[in-house]
Design a protein around this ligand. Sequence first.
Ligand code: TXA
Ligand code: MG
Length: 321
Amino acid sequence: MTDHVPVVLPDAAGLHRAAELLRAGSVVAFPTETVYGLGAHAFSEKAVAEIYRLKNRPSWNPLIVHVPSVGEARRLAAVWPAVADDLAARFWPGPLTLVVRRAPHLTVAGAANDTIAIRVPAHDVALRLLEAAGLPLAAPSANRSEGLSPTTAEHVVRGLPDVPLVLDGGACRWGIESTVLDVTGDTPRLLRPGALSLRAIREVTGRVALPDEVADGAERPSPGMGKRHYAPRARLLLADEISQVERTFVLAEPVGLLALEGEPAQDTEILGADPEHYAADLYAALHRLDDRGVATIIVQRPPATEEWLAVHDRLNRAAAR
Ligand code: TXA
Ligand code: MG
């Protein structure tokens, strides 16, 4: 047991401590508007290696670089297409990650090609930390690889007990990761559905190519989109009708339910039928059911419409074995 509690408030002293750690090549967990990130100096090999070690993340999976402004983002890019400007003007700071060609003098851990993923986070604490450290910060979600992403400081500490420092900015507003969009080609390509909706992106870009439009046998477009990901400890099962499952499953083990609507009951989380509200509480609800020690979580499948794309993506990955 250690009585070192690494969680601090993001006041002047907390930010100062965090910035010092980052400048010394260590890592710090911090809140963003999507999920908590585990940040390190993006272009320090040693610092980035510490992220991979703490997360147990496979070395082929590259990280998103967080910067405080569009100007800083452009400095990391070899080519900054007009569509990136349009998207940044509309959505940054915000939950959109752009994949562009990276500046030739930069190397990025895990990136097999010549690209870089960049975003400007819309969180006061994240922006103040970027300012204070004066460094671009690589930051994946602050959880062990394949596990549930953290949406509170407490989730971070439980998942990564060895993390040196966590800035506590309360619960994350979106609760689901940023949308990742590749703008290196003629048509923007969705690599990961996320907090920012496709509808909003299309208003700026017109057509967006979806992940399943990639021809068979083509290179996997986003290295991080492995099948199993975002998973709770409990086994997760998707069902169209929860009542139907309850009747067919007579399980001799504790079962949790994650429903869209219904009556409150023990080990049941009701997240509502609005996709944004649902996403905002999804990981937290799965963390709560995990904490109650249920062996299986039965999830009522949300509607098969585009506004639920990111939620479906995360649920399908969490259910994959
Ligand atoms: O909301 C978010 O994006 C959070 C917060 C902390 O900003 N970060 C996050 O990072 O979700 P992570 O590492 O969990 O997910 C990054 C995703 C992965 O799917 C990764 O493969 C992809 O972005 N990615 C990173 N660099 C890439 C690149 N150069 N080309 C294609 N995909 C890339
Ligand atoms: Mg992640």
